[in-house]
Design a protein. Structure first.
Ligand code: TEU
Length: 569
């Protein structure tokens, strides 16, 4: 059986607003990306995932789409898109589009038609409901359910003209599509085929495990009166597997070499196994969220320290759970998460070593790694001063709501600085010049002042940089079957500082070590004598291969046991 191509490849994510600006308006664009493709080619990635570039009022930075078959003028035109796609394919890089179909923009013609009257033929394309029985539309608490929006406040907005509410799990400008309606599903599938016919190579599917809702839309469980998540009624809902299998048949049948990855907040490993079981033909892989919630309490704004023990337990469980059936995607960050080195490593004294160690540990897991733009430079969180430095709707809404209910502004700001999505969205740092070579205009979001030191030009010139380390890891996955296909065994699960595991395929065995602390430590792995004589294939030589400097990572290859010969078993 031949293995799918995406097991040996690495994906690079571009957030187009913040990658490269060709026309000087301060916002990144497609022409800017096309000019910078050598950066991706040099890294050796096989796939580019582009965050949304479609026409959008940009209420949620493009995740609110008003036309699925065009390009937002800020980013360029369909001709620019075709040029980018051709330039990628020339370099052997595939293109995966962001598919955002749990919701549209409220400015999408489908929604305009749906809201126009209760009798509109498209009324049922969205979730419209009357006020709570016995209550008047618009009265406090009259919302049809007690669900909360992911961006603060209720998940319902009243349409004054027709007297009904529509559901929006995200912003009020992102009404949820009603996937129960077969016309909606067919419209989405037709759009997907349209992009595949144009030459794209797959989709990253935004919150795709939210599309099937319990049709009765019951109240969410939780404290009486208050708004609660309600997600138990729409997260991996009753028809989710049916919808994804249908999509596979209607869109992907008879097309090869594609990649589908579903973004799935709250998905369990058991559900993920079903979604990614090749025999079920739903998705190739999913993004799970467990490991990016270990440093949070009840909400993402309640910070708590990450314990290495929890991180190993979680990622180890996902490795084991998808070992026989299914496939993992691997990531430390994306456009919604803080910068990896600031969150999981050390972004000060040991920044370079920590960024490399995190990359080593992640890329040596079994699964397909995703690199978020700037991660390969070890880019860090931004030093936000006050609320005026933030642009993201999630942060602005949370700040307004929390401060209005009495939270001290400094306390709210402290969690925004750590968790806010704008950390990931500051412009890509290309060089040490003004605005980091991102734009000749005024950037839409400030460039991190540390670009004078942390930038792509400097990284490319330095053979020991984080960038060249990523290049080696990506090549290793492509060239070493044990990295792409080997099995995974977690070691030292209760060690508070060392992340350690082995990968094995036939006679080939690797030991991966990562020091998640600022102390020098000796990795107390079983079989220490054997590994003491191993070959170092990633990392710096430093005498004892099991002695790690602060935040150091390393990969060792076992030498064949004395007397063992290929084919002797
Ligand atoms: O994100 C889904 C999601 O649930 C979270 O990651 C979300 O961004 C938020 O941080 C929860 O606290 C996807 C997109 O990646 C995100 O950019 C969009 O805002 C969201 O869906 C809506 O389309």
């Amino acid at each position: 059986m031949t293995e799918p191509w995406w097991k040996a490849t690495t994906v690079y994510q571009i957030y187009p607003r913040s990658f490269a600006d060709a026309d000087g308006d301060g916002i990144g664009d497609l022409a800017g990306i096309t000019r910078r493709l050598d950066h991706l080619a040099e890294l050796g990635v096989g796939v580019l995932w582009l965050s949304p570039i479609y026409p959008s009022p940009q209420d949620d930075a493009g995740y609110d789409i008003s036309d699925y078959r065009d390009i937002d003028p800020t980013f360029g035109t369909l001709a620019d898109f075709d040029r980018l796609l051709a330039a990628l394919h020339e370099r052997g890089i595939k293109l995966v589009m962001d598919l955002v179909v749990n919701h549209t923009s409220d400015e999408h013609p489908w929604f305009a038609e749906s809201r126009s009257s209760r009798d509109s033929p498209k009324r049922d394309w969205y979730w419209w409901r009357s006020p709570r029985p016995g209550m008047e539309a618009g009265a406090p608490g009259a919302e049809p359910t007690n669900w909360r929006s992911a961006f603060s406040g209720p998940a319902w907005e009243l349409d004054e003209a027709t007297g009904e509410y529509y559901l929006h799990i995200f912003s009020r400008k992102q009404p949820d599509l009603n996937w129960e309606n077969p016309e909606v599903r067919q419209a989405v599938y037709a759009t997907m085929r349209w992009w595949l016919d144009r030459g794209v190579d797959g989709f990253r599917m935004d919150v795709i495990n939210f599309i099937s809702k319990a049709p009765a839309l019951p109240d969410g469980h939780g404290d009486g009166g208050a708004f609660v998540s309600g997600s138990e009624h729409y997260l991996c809902g009753p028809r989710i597997h049916e919808f994804l299998a249908e999509m596979r048949r209607e869109v992907f049948a008879d097309r090869d070499e594609l990649l589908t990855v579903g973004e799935m907040p709250g998905v369990t490993v058991e559900e993920a196994r079903l979604f990614t079981d090749p025999a079920r033909a739903e998705l190739d892989m999913v993004f799970q969220f467990e490991h990016v919630q270990l440093d949070q309490g009840g909400s993402k704004w309640e910070l708590r320290p990450l314990r290495l023990f929890d991180l190993k337990a979680s990622l180890g469980r996902w490795q084991a759970g998808l070992a026989e059936t299914g496939w993992n995607s691997l990531y430390w960050g994306n456009h919604d998460q803080p910068r990896a080195v600031s969150r999981f490593g050390d972004d000060r004294e040991h920044r370079v070593r920590a960024a490399k160690m995190l990359a080593t540990v992640l890329h040596m897991h079994r699964g397909t790694p995703y690199v978020y733009q700037g991660e390969e430079l070890g880019m860090t969180n931004y030093p936000f001063a006050g609320i005026e430095d933030f642009r993201d709707i999630e942060s602005l809404n949370h700040y307004a709501e929390a401060v209005a209910t009495g939270d001290p502004p400094e306390h709210v700001l402290a969690s925004l600085r750590k968790m806010g999505r704008d950390n990931a969205r500051t412009p890509m740092q290309w060089d040490g010049s003004e605005h980091a070579g991102f734009t000749t205009g005024t950037p839409w979001l400030a460039v991190n002042p540390n670009h004078v030191e942390i930038n792509a030009a400097a990284a490319r010139a330095d053979p020991d940089s984080v960038f060249h380390h990523y290049r080696r890891l990506i090549a290793l996955r492509r060239d070493e079957p044990v990295v792409a296909h080997g099995d995974f065994t977690m070691l030292l699960s209760s060690d508070e500082r060392v992340y350690a595991f082995t990968r094995r395929l036939g006679d080939s065995e690797l030991l991966v070590l990562g020091n998640f602390s600022g102390d020098a430590v000796a990795a107390g792995v079983p079989d220490a004598e054997r590994w003491a004589g191993a070959e170092l294939i990633v990392g710096e030589a430093n005498g004892d291969p099991l002695a790690l400097r602060p935040w150091e990572g390393r990969v060792l290859r076992a030498r064949p046991a004395p007397g063992a010969r290929a084919g002797s078993r």
